[in-house]
Design a protein around this ligand. Structure first.
Ligand SMILES: [Mg+2]
Length: 211
């Protein structure tokens, strides 16, 4: 029997990226940088959807180049704790999934090396059949090599625009937007938009859409 494919996003879906952001902001504040300066650097670094820790650090340290190396070490240390930020519902869902019926794939968009660092540090990659990284190609387009246009597959992401694109290009897909929290709804790395996607609030709810 052919397995049904499931594609799951990483940041904000499996990994609490708002917590990562908060940990880095706090670390930089301890060096005397104001929240406003840190936030402005964060917004600028998010603008092209190619957020990297190095780029973020360089923006904050525009006038304090002497801190760049030190901050990069601090940032790497925070990233290395990514396993602590995996949402508690994720591992139970993954280990209980019927692997004879489903192929489970992780798909993440962003700077390849930064995304890979976070995913590997999270330790969840071992629960997935495949891990896909894309830096420039939007997810709907990336999937053209992995699924048929009329295939029924499941897709979960916290970005409204990404989910809407999947629904538009793959009419038989079950495209779900996950809303973990409204706390970071204004984060520039997310796109709430004016979409009417089907929403879930935790990864366990995905079970309601499995056949
Ligand atoms: Mg995401």
């Amino acid at each position: 029997m052919k397995k049904t494919k499931i594609f799951i996003d990483f940041d904000g879906t499996l990994h609490d990226t708002a917590k990562l952001k908060e940990a880095t902001f706090s670390a930089f504040e301890k060096f005397g940088f104001s929240r406003d300066i840190i936030l402005a650097a964060y917004v600028a670094e998010c603008a092209d959807a190619k957020f990297t820790s190095a780029g973020f650090v360089e923006r904050i340290c525009a006038k304090r180049n002497d801190l760049i190396d030190r901050f990069e070490i601090i940032y790497d240390k925070i990233v290395s704790d990514s396993d602590d930020r995996v949402y508690p519902d994720v591992i139970p869902f993954l280990i209980n999934l019927d692997r004879t019926k489903y192929e489970i794939n992780l798909i993440t968009l962003g700077d390849l090396s930064f995304q890979e660092k976070k995913v590997m540090a999270s330790g969840i990659d071992k629960h997935f059949d495949n891990t896909y990284y894309t830096s420039d190609t939007p997810k709907w387009q990336y999937l053209t090599d992995l699924v048929l246009s009329e295939e029924r597959f499941l897709f979960v992401d916290d970005r409204s625009d990404t989910v809407a694109e999947i629904a538009k290009h793959y009419p038989k897909a079950v495209a779900l937007e996950i809303n973990r929290s409204d706390e970071d709804k204004d984060d520039p790395a997310r796109n709430r938009g004016d979409y009417t996607n089907t929403c879930i609030s935790n990864i366990g709810e995905l079970n309601n859409y499995l056949d």
